[in-house]
Design a protein around this ligand. Structure first.
Ligand code: COA
Length: 150
C-alpha cells in the first residue's frame, strides 16, 4: 500500500469529514449525533495524507465485535482501500483478543458483500426489513478470527 495512505484511531477532528462521506455513500446515513457521541470502543480513520477518506467503527465487548459502520470516500473506492481498512483493523483487534466478528449488510449491497466474502465472512442469517429508505433485508455475516483470509 502507498505510504500516503494510513490508518489511525479516529479523533474528534475527523468527524466533520466522516459525516460528509456518510451522507455521500448511504441512503440512510447516521445522523451527526451518532458520530459525536463517540461511544465506540474501536473507531478507525483512513487517511490519504491529511485527508480523511474512510472509516470503520466496531462495537462490542471482549471477544466479539460488530462492524457497525464502514465506508470509503466515493472517489477512492475500487482501489483496494476498503479491503485494506477492513483487514488491517481486524488484525489489530485480533491482536487485542477479539475472536469473532459480525456485521449486517443490505441484501442489494453486492460490492460490500463480495468484499466480506473475499476476506472470509460467511452468511449466518437474514433480518427481515432491517433497513429503511428503501426497506430491505439485512444479511448477517460472521467470521472467526482464524478464518480471516487476507
Ligand atoms: C464497501 C466499500 C467500503 C468497499 O471499499 P472499496 O475500497 O470500494 O473496496 P476495494 O477496492 O477494497 O475492493 C475489495 C473487494 O470488494 C469487492 N468489490 C469492490 N468494488 C466492487 C464492485 N464495484 N463490484 C463488485 N465487487 C466489488 C471485490 O471483492 C473487491 O476485491 P477484488 O478487487 O479483488 O475483486 C465501499 O465500496 C463503500 O464505501 N461503499 C459504500 C458504503 C458501504 O456500502 N459500506 C458497507 C456497509 S455494510
Amino acid at each position: 500500500m502507498d505510504n500516503a495512505f494510513c490508518i489511525r484511531l479516529s479523533c474528534r477532528d475527523d468527524y466533520a469529514a466522516i459525516e460528509e462521506i456518510e451522507q455521500q455513500v448511504f441512503s440512510n446515513p447516521w445522523p451527526p449525533e451518532a458520530f459525536s457521541s463517540m461511544l465506540f470502543p474501536w473507531a478507525f480513520t483512513l487517511l490519504y495524507g491529511n485527508e480523511v477518506i474512510g472509516y470503520i467503527f466496531y462495537s462490542g465487548v471482549q471477544e466479539e465485535m460488530v462492524i457497525v459502520n464502514f465506508a470509503v470516500k466515493p472517489e477512492f473506492q475500487g482501489k483496494g482501500l476498503g479491503e485494506y481498512l477492513l483487514t488491517e483493523t481486524m488484525r489489530i483487534m485480533i491482536k487485542n483478543g477479539v475472536h469473532r466478528f459480525y456485521l449486517d449488510v443490505r441484501l442489494s449491497n453486492h460490492r460490500a458483500r463480495r468484499l466480506y466474502e473475499k476476506v472470509g465472512f460467511y452468511e449466518i442469517g437474514i433480518r427481515k426489513k432491517y433497513y429503511n429508505n428503501p426497506d430491505e433485508d439485512a444479511i448477517v455475516m460472521g467470521i472467526e478470527f482464524n478464518d480471516l483470509r487476507i
